[in-house]
Design a protein around this ligand. Sequence first.
Ligand SMILES: Nc1ncnc2c1ncn2[C@@H]1O[C@H](COP(=O)(O)OP(=O)(O)OP(=O)(O)O)[C@@H](O)[C@H]1O
Ligand SMILES: [Mg+2]
Length: 236
Amino acid sequence: MFLKRVKLLREGNNLSHTYPYSIPAIKQLDELELTNPVTFFVGENGSGKSTLMEAIADICGFNTAGGGRNNTYDLEASEAALSDHIRLSWLPKVTNGFFLRAESFYHFASHIDDIGSIQAYGGRSLHHQSHGEAFLSLFQNRFGGKAIYLLDEPEAALSPQRQLTFLRIIHDLEKSGEVQFIIATHSPILLGYPEAEIFHFSEDGIRSIDYEETEHYQITRGFLENREGYLKHLFQ
Ligand SMILES: Nc1ncnc2c1ncn2[C@@H]1O[C@H](COP(=O)(O)OP(=O)(O)OP(=O)(O)O)[C@@H](O)[C@H]1O
Ligand SMILES: [Mg+2]
């Protein structure tokens, strides 16, 4: 693994009440130590996961609308508001990799068609594949080598079965010892990846938690074990 530390530089920014320092998890961030090749970001909607991930992607030189170093397509690259104030520590530094945002995948697929690199994605235009097929095609054809992959809710396109396939892809790549993943997710399946570190973003900051501590695990489990009870309570 390559990216060891994410540090937020304090230059009075923490006093600001404007985005992104208005987000509690960002406001309280000092530094995150990454000790595992697979790191997850979890937390409520709006807790700051994408904000931090976009900043990391921006510093890596990846297009913050989603893509790698060579994907400088002209989409409104989303503003990586934090990146001027974050320092990344690498050992060693890698420049290869990818930033994936589920929301802008469609634009990315158009770009791939435009530049004619369909061969790199399984020989079929990503637009001629279903959302989930296109995602997996990307994972299967584009991932590999020394690289860091930043993925924002990759599960959005994937059926439960394909999420398992995706876990297998992560596993196979991790075995090579040459890849690092940082994945923001709401999927209790993806979060179940063994030995991964899970950073929970909340009002109290960012802290490492166990799989079983995540609401994703607890709520999904509770719901599946007692669906009638859950719904009765919810609707009363
Ligand atoms: N450009 C922006 N300007 C102002 N506020 C923003 C901007 N982008 C995001 N926010 C706010 O910052 C907060 C964190 O957003 P962010 O997208 O990082 O959340 P998230 O943890 O990724 O959530 P989700 O799980 O829904 O994807 C939210 O309250 C959001 O409304
Ligand atoms: Mg997000």
